[in-house]
Design a protein around this ligand. Structure first.
Ligand SMILES: Cc1ncc(COP(=O)(O)O)c(C=O)c1O
Length: 416
């Protein structure tokens, strides 16, 4: 198959229709139709999300939680309505278990600081995995250094799957928290988090799931998973930058001290003593990203309107197609071949640096990520300095994957 295919899709998912909701996708880049294959870094936004952000600034904007006047109350209502939408998205028990943050990085730092302050001491251990994004490594490393605790790492095999026997063996009475990614951004591996959480809970150990790549590609039910914390960024699930969520079980959040001090998180302040607000405000110091979070609400509505399950299934078909189409090309090595994968095709080409791959693909209007994907330990483990990474969303097409395959063949020709 060499020629560009017309945009096609399984009957159940009208991708041509969906693409009309994303104005950026009809752009020309270097004279070619943009082929955007970097949604794992940040996803494009549907028009309804942009409209929601603009609408709030045009007709409903004021600071939240403060004003007695109509506009502030309206903004507060819209803002708080998003909390309920997120609660439904994650199937959390209560809206106060949903804390708004700026993204997954801030979410994980919040837990590291607030949980760490309350529950971690010298000699304790935090357990992460070898395939974590730096955002789920560095905050724990910083905390462990501060507390004299130890960071331990669940190993993985060459396919990019966690070794569960080793995981079980690493859990012990000193383990105070497990923090693991739902889906690896570098490899696409879907980790068996439900099973991992159940194992940790047998020893009374809480588990944080880094869902930055989970929420955009899977239906997440925090009650079914039984995770203690679940972090995600809005911008990877079609919402504006600056929006994000940390879900936490109420029992944990209530026992934790605030992350940052400031306005909105207090009940009373004197110079002698401050008492803190209840959940979730205790963790939301300062003016939040009001318009961005309202955009997150619109993104959730959008996903519901197109049918999340169908969209995720379509993405899965795209990944299978891309794996079949690109994997066998002579000189291409797929990095990350786990049995359970979502959305990500990382690869190298013999004798070609991934940055050169990215640059040549860019000449064809194809946007992929080249580098270590903020997961340097993954690269070290698999013996590559970097990879090229195509990542898919439900607005991508088979024709775009064909274009990618053709462009990869071109790269190989150029470097032959
Ligand atoms: C798995 C994973 N965790 C955390 C992050 C950090 O997300 P953000 O930069 O939006 O805070 C990312 C971003 O790429 C990610 O892929």
């Amino acid at each position: 198959m060499t020629a560009m295919q017309p945009i096609t899709a399984p009957q159940t998912f009208d991708v041509a229709r969906i693409r009309q909701d994303f104005p950026i996708l009809s752009q020309l880049v270097r004279g070619k139709r943009l082929v955007f294959l970097d949604s794992a870094a940040s996803a494009q936004k549907p028009r309804s999300v942009m409209d929601a952000e603009r609408d709030i600034y045009e007709a409903g904007y004021a600071n939240v939680h403060r004003g007695v006047y109509w506009l502030s109350q309206r903004a507060t209502d819209e803002f708080e309505a998003v909390r309920e939408k997120v609660r439904q998205l994650l199937n959390a028990r209560e809206a106060r278990e949903i804390v708004f943050v700026r993204g997954a990085t801030e979410a994980i730092n919040l837990i590291a600081q607030s949980f760490g302050r309350a529950f971690l001491s010298s000699g304790d251990e935090v357990l992460i995995s070898h395939m974590e994004h730096h955002s789920n490594i560095v905050p724990w490393q910083m905390l462990c250094e501060e507390k004299g605790a130890k960071l331990r790492v669940i190993p993985m095999n060459d396919a990019g799957e966690l070794l569960l026997d080793e995981y079980n063996a690493l859990l012990n009475e000193r383990t105070k928290l497990v923090a693991v990614g739902h889906i690896s951004n570098a490899l696409g591996t879907i980790n068996p988090v439900k099973e991992m959480i159940a194992t940790a809970h047998k020893q009374g150990i809480p588990v944080l799931i880094d869902g930055a790549q989970g929420v955009p590609h899977l239906t997440v039910d925090v009650q079914d998973l039984d995770c203690d914390f679940y972090a995600f960024s809005g911008h990877k699930m079609f919402a504006p930058t600056g929006s994000g969520v940390i879900y936490g079980k109420r029992e944990w959040l209530e026992q934790m001290t605030p992350f940052q001090g400031g306005g909105d998180m207090i009940r009373t302040v004197t110079f002698e003593k401050t008492t803190y607000a209840g959940l979730p405000n205790k963790f939301e110091a300062g003016t939040p990203a009001i318009a961005s979070q309202i955009g997150l609400g619109a993104a959730i509505d959008y996903l519901n309107s197109i049918g999340r399950e169908r969209a995720f299934q379509y993405e899965h078909e795209l990944l299978s197609y891309a794996t079949e189409r690109i994997g066998p090309i002579d000189g291409v090595r797929l990095i990350g071949t786990a049995r359970e994968k979502a959305s990500v095709l990382s690869f190298t080409i013999d004798g070609v640096h991934p940055h050169d791959i990215g640059t040549i693909l860019d000449q064809e209007g194809i946007a992929v990520r080249a580098g270590h994907h903020c997961a340097q330990p993954v690269m070290q483990r698999l013996g590559v300095p970097a990879t090229a990474r195509a990542s898919f969303a439900f607005y991508n097409t088979r024709a775009e994957i064909d274009a990618l395959a053709l462009a990869i063949e071109k790269v190989i020709e150029v470097f032959a």
